[in-house]
Design a protein around this ligand. Sequence first.
Ligand SMILES: [Zn+2]
Length: 286
Amino acid sequence: MKQKEHNKCCLCGSTDVADTGYKLRDSKELKVLRCNNCSLVFLSSFEHIYKDFYKNGKMHSPNFQPERWLVASNTDDTRRFESLKSRIKGKSVLDFGCGAGGFLIKAKEIADVYGVEQQEALSEFFIKNKLNVYPTLESIDKKFDVITMFHVLEHLRDPETMIEQLLNFLNDNGELIIEVPNEDDALLSLYKCRAFANFTHWRCHLFCFNKKTLKNLVNKCNAKINYIKPIQRFGLANHLYWIFKGEKGGHLKWTFFNKLDCVYKNLLKILGKSDTLMISLSNIKD
Ligand SMILES: [Zn+2]
């Protein structure tokens, strides 16, 4: 059945929307659109993400194992924990869309931690790892000092409402920290690497934000922006491999470039071409 397609921008409402020509790695039907007015990139339809899509574990392959997810996310979980540990020490923390709980497992050593994860298949794993994880936000009756949401916002059909709901779960002086992939990633905006573009866009990323569109979204939510921080996850080896070989995994193969990564990653952050953005929000005080 043909899905209903967007005929205007999901953020600014402009009808000046064009096909980027990028392919999705896992769908032939969907298109990647860009708004010529505000630069938001989004999928041509969101209908494939139906109500229980994530609850039923449809993001993963059928033989998915949480232990393997933890191994795969360990570098990111460690980076997030190290960068936020002074902020969360002794505080109550909620990680919304916590996946296999990699960040929570580290954070529970220094904070009172909770998670929200829809995926039913993970519930036994959470019990085994002594993690308090709720299936939905609606089942929570407390507030938190810090709420984190790592690489979740771009999956949501209505990110604006979700930000507003999460802000309601913050204590006074609480902070909502959101991390998303950056559509201004150097591989896309600087090197125009088609192989990467056709890989990084996929059916679960309904939105692809950059600094400007992320700010525009948040400004609709009546929140105060504390900071927006560029983060560069991948280094020079990964980028050169994409450019010359058209494939992922260069950071595991051309490791001799790692010595240059400190300078290279910093340069991309300065240029506004990092692969990741982190934004911190608080409630506006009356
Ligand atoms: Zn727009």
